[in-house]
Design a protein around this ligand. Structure first.
Ligand code: ZN
Length: 229
């Protein structure tokens, strides 16, 4: 009833202010405005609902491509980082230094860490023959950590390794009768010794020449240069 009274009062007020005013028109006017307002409100709420839903939907979509793009960058960077440690390892190998030579002979050592203790051997040009003594300061057996010293040109090294791999430990991982091999010791295990003597004239060619271990996988770490100086 209060609403009805308020409406009646409102009609009376308008009738006073507007000379040709008639209540039915006002009713229509009010209803029209009320509906318009409700529709407008509904639209605003709908838009609000839509605008609330859209941003969250758009943000994950935007985030996912960004994360996807960022992901490939990391794998690309990691191989580069993994490659870097390799260079210092090689540099460290080169930095081991020259073998000590005395009376046309030298002694070099192989370890359980799969390393020679020198990275170069310089043979005095005054020597007709040269002897390489090999020691193995480790404790592992020959089948697990065998070492030998093989001498060849740098160019022949990989071929000798490839064909020697199938020869087995009993054949020192060297193909029998391989004429590319200038000299080699037998394969030894921890605590053992071996030696080889060869004519220095055989490494006075164009070279360059290399000494290495032919145990499968060792030559990447166990190798060095040998030259006549
Ligand atoms: Zn070895």
């Amino acid at each position: 009833m209060e609403t009805g009274n308020a409406a009646a009062n409102f009609h009376m007020l308008l009738a006073l202010l507007i000379p040709h005013y008639s209540p039915p028109q006002l009713e229509f006017f009010i209803m029209f405005n009320l509906r318009t307002t409700l529709l407008a409100t509904a639209c605003v709420l709908a838009l609000g609902a839509c605008s609330d839903k859209n941003p969250p939907a758009a943000e994950p979509a935007a985030t996912t491509p960004a994360a996807t793009e960022a992901a490939p960058v990391t794998p690309t960077a990691e191989p580069a980082a993994e490659t870097t440690p390799v260079a210092p390892a090689v540099a460290a190998s080169d930095a081991k230094g020259a073998a000590v030579v005395s009376d046309c002979a030298t002694t070099i050592d192989g370890s359980d860490a799969m390393q020679f203790n020198v990275s170069s051997i310089t043979v005095p040009s005054s020597c007709a023959q040269f002897t390489v003594n090999l020691t193995h300061s480790g404790q592992m057996p020959v089948a697990a950590m065998g070492h030998n010293v093989v001498i060849s040109t740098t160019a022949d090294m990989q071929g000798i390794l490839n064909e020697g791999m199938g020869a087995g430990v009993a054949s020192d991982y060297l193909k029998a009768g391989d004429t590319r091999i200038i000299a080699h010791t037998k394969l030894i295990g921890g605590g053992e010794k071996a030696s080889v003597t060869f004519d220095v004239g055989k490494i006075k060619g164009a070279g360059p020449y290399e000494f290495f271990c032919s145990f499968p996988g060792h030559s990447s770490m166990m190798k060095g240069t040998i030259s006549v100086g």
